[in-house]
Structure formats: structure tokens, C-alpha cells
Design a protein around this ligand. Structure first.
Ligand SMILES: Nc1ncnc2[nH]cnc12
Ligand SMILES: [Zn+2]
Length: 332
């Protein structure tokens, strides 16, 4: 009898912790916190997961966050993700969170960070997963709100590795956040930003040239601009691509048409990630197997994607090398 392959060891670099809120946990937290959800059952909620674009997803994503109120809630959310991530072969996770989506509801930023931090502190021992935290600014909020959020997070910066930029992209270019990114860099943080998901290649240029990002989240629309592809390839700027998300949010019509193979052929440092797995139908390895099947990727290409995930991470060199060794010996 064939023993099934364990999933290839990988790093997850594009994962919104709020996007891991499964219906089951949403209902459990709603009951615990006395929050009424506008859905009669988990099944009914799941039926609402049909999106026409990024905004239609964001509306539900922010609405469901109403159930997240206490440190314990954020710790439970992160633990539920880590348990699933372990099963998916995730050895390292760099996790986004959206503080403004919680502070606007009266949840203090310290509650969010301490709650997530409680789970992440135990992640290596409990799940064998190393972690980093990336604080995202909501780009459809003002630049002033991002600055206030950064200042509110200052007491917790030792828990934060990088800043990021997410939410509704079109009409909210990276340059709007020049100032807060300069402050983050001054404070020694790494910088990433969603760019080129729904927005044009010009937003990827801005993320690079105005914000000075170390990685681009999504970035798939870079393929419309040959000069941009050349720049990203020459500098080996990592792109955290999220295939199932791209299909669910209609960035790409069909997974079989995804530009991932063309991106790899162009010499881009591409990684495969899950974005908001509770909403988009798959966690990290589910994305690997989906692209393998739809795009007929061979085992060596999957190994390259796994290698890329560690190469593109914010890990220290020694830990990175240890993980790369695991990838190289996988299945051999
Ligand atoms: N795919 C995505 N794009 C932009 N903002 C997000 N927030 C959560 N998921 C997102
Ligand atoms: Zn994202």
C-alpha cells in the first residue's frame, strides 16, 4: 500500500489571521461574546462566500470580525490557524493582522497584539511552527489613521516584524502611505504591501519606489508591464501569490489561466499562499495541490515554490538554511 506523501515543508507569507475565521469558530465566539450574527447557521454563512470582487469579500470579512473581542478570542483564532497550518506542512508563518478593523469597534490594539502574541509565543513548542507578525494598515482609511495606528502600536513593536498594506486597493495607491512606511523603516521594521492584485502595475512601482517594500503581496498584475517584470526579476523581489484567492475574487477567471507558470518562467521569486483560507476554499497546501493539478506543475516546480517561500521569508539566515535543507531532502 502506498503511504501518502506528507505535504512539502513550506513557509506561509501571505495570510490574514482574520481570514482564517471559520464559520464554526465564528459561531462559537458569537455565542461566547453575546454577538448576534445575521446568519441562522454555519451552512447559511458558508453560502454567503460567493464573491464578485475584492470589495464584496471585504464587506463580509469585516462584518464577521464583530465576534472577535477579547485576548482569548484572538489567541483562539491564531491557535485554530496554527493547528491547520501544521497539517498543511507549514513550518513558518508570517501572519498579517488588521488592527484598525478592531480598534474601530472599541477593541484596544493591545488586546489584539497580546492575544495573537499569546498563541504565537507557544507556536514553536505546540505546533513546531516559527512565526512572525505583520501589522497591516487599511488603505481605504486615511494616512492619518495609519499614523495613529503606528503610534498606538509603538509599545508592542518588539512583537512586530513588518508593516503591510491591505484592503480596497483601487483608488488607494501605496504613495498615500509614504510617511508611515518611513516611520516603520526608521523603527527597524520590514515593509510589505498588497499591490497589483486588483490595482494596476503602477501601484507595484509605487510600492517599490515610494514605500521601499521588501516584498510585494499578490503582484500578479505586474505581468502587464514588461519593464516591471524585469525589475522584479533583477532584484529578486518576492511576490506572495495567492492562487485560490485570485480565482474566488475574480482577479483570474480560471485557475488553469493563472499566470504563476509565466511568472516562474520570467525568473520572478514567486511564493504560493492562502490569503484568507476560511473564505477562499483552501489553506497553504491546498493552494499547492490546486496549482499543481490545474497548471500541471511537476514535483520539482513545487519544490522550487517551497524553497522560494523560505528564501522570501524574514527568517534569520541560520533558521532559513535549516528549513531549506528540509525542503531539499523532502521525498528523497
Ligand atoms: N486579498 C486581500 N486583498 C486586500 N486586502 C485584504 N484583506 C484580506 N484579504 C485581502
Ligand atoms: Zn491578502
Amino acid at each position: 500500500m502506498n503511504t501518502p506523501h506528507p505535504p512539502v515543508p513550506k513557509a506561509e507569507l501571505h495570510l490574514h489571521i482574520e481570514g482564517t475565521l471559520e464559520p464554526e469558530l465564528a459561531f462559537a465566539l458569537a455565542a461566547r461574546n453575546g454577538v448576534e450574527l445575521p446568519y441562522a447557521s454555519e451552512e447559511e454563512l458558508r453560502r454567503a462566500y460567493s464573491f464578485s470582487d475584492l470589495q464584496s469579500f471585504l464587506d463580509l470579512y469585516y462584518a464577521l470580525m464583530a465576534v472577535l473581542r477579547t485576548e482569548e478570542d484572538f489567541a483562539d483564532l491564531a491557535n485554530a490557524y496554527l493547528a491547520r497550518a501544521k497539517e498543511q506542512g507549514v513550518r513558518h508563518a508570517e501572519i498579517f493582522f488588521d488592527p484598525q478593523a478592531h480598534t474601530v469597534r472599541g477593541v484596544p490594539i493591545g488586546t489584539v497584539i497580546e492575544g495573537l502574541g499569546r498563541a504565537l509565543d507557544a507556536a514553536q513548542e505546540t505546533y513546531g511552527i516559527t512565526t512572525r507578525l505583520i501589522m497591516c494598515f487599511l488603505r481605504d482609511e486615511s494616512a492619518e489613521s495609519a499614523l495613529e495606528t503606528f503610534e498606538a502600536a509603538r509599545p508592542y513593536l518588539d512583537r512586530i516584524t513588518a508593516v503591510g498594506l491591505d484592503s480596497a486597493e483601487v483608488g488607494n495607491p501605496p504613495s498615500k502611505f509614504r510617511e508611515v512606511y518611513a516611520l516603520a523603516r526608521e523603527a527597524g521594521l520590514k515593509c510589505v504591501a498588497h499591490a497589483g492584485e486588483e490595482g494596476p502595475p503602477a501601484y507595484v512601482w509605487e510600492a517599490l519606489d515610494v514605500l521601499g517594500v521588501d516584498r510585494v503581496d499578490h503582484g500578479v498584475r505586474c505581468m502587464e508591464d514588461a519593464d516591471l517584470v524585469a525589475r522584479l526579476a533583477a532584484e529578486q523581489v518576492p511576490l506572495t501569490v495567492c492562487p485560490l484567492s485570485n480565482v474566488r475574487l475574480r482577479v483570474i477567471d480560471d485557475l488553469a489561466d493563472h499566470p504563476l507558470p509565466a511568472m516562474l518562467d520570467a525568473g520572478l521569486l514567486v511564493t504560493v499562499n492562502s490569503d484568507d483560507p476560511a473564505y477562499f476554499g483552501g489553506y497553504a497546501h491546498d493552494n499547492f495541490t490546486a496549482v499543481r493539478d490545474a497548471l500541471r506543475l511537476d514535483e520539482e516546480t513545487l519544490r522550487t515554490l517551497a524553497r522560494n517561500s523560505f528564501t522570501a521569508s524574514f527568517l534569520d539566515e541560520e533558521t532559513r538554511a535549516a528549513y531549506l535543507k528540509e525542503v531539499d531532502s523532502y521525498g528523497r
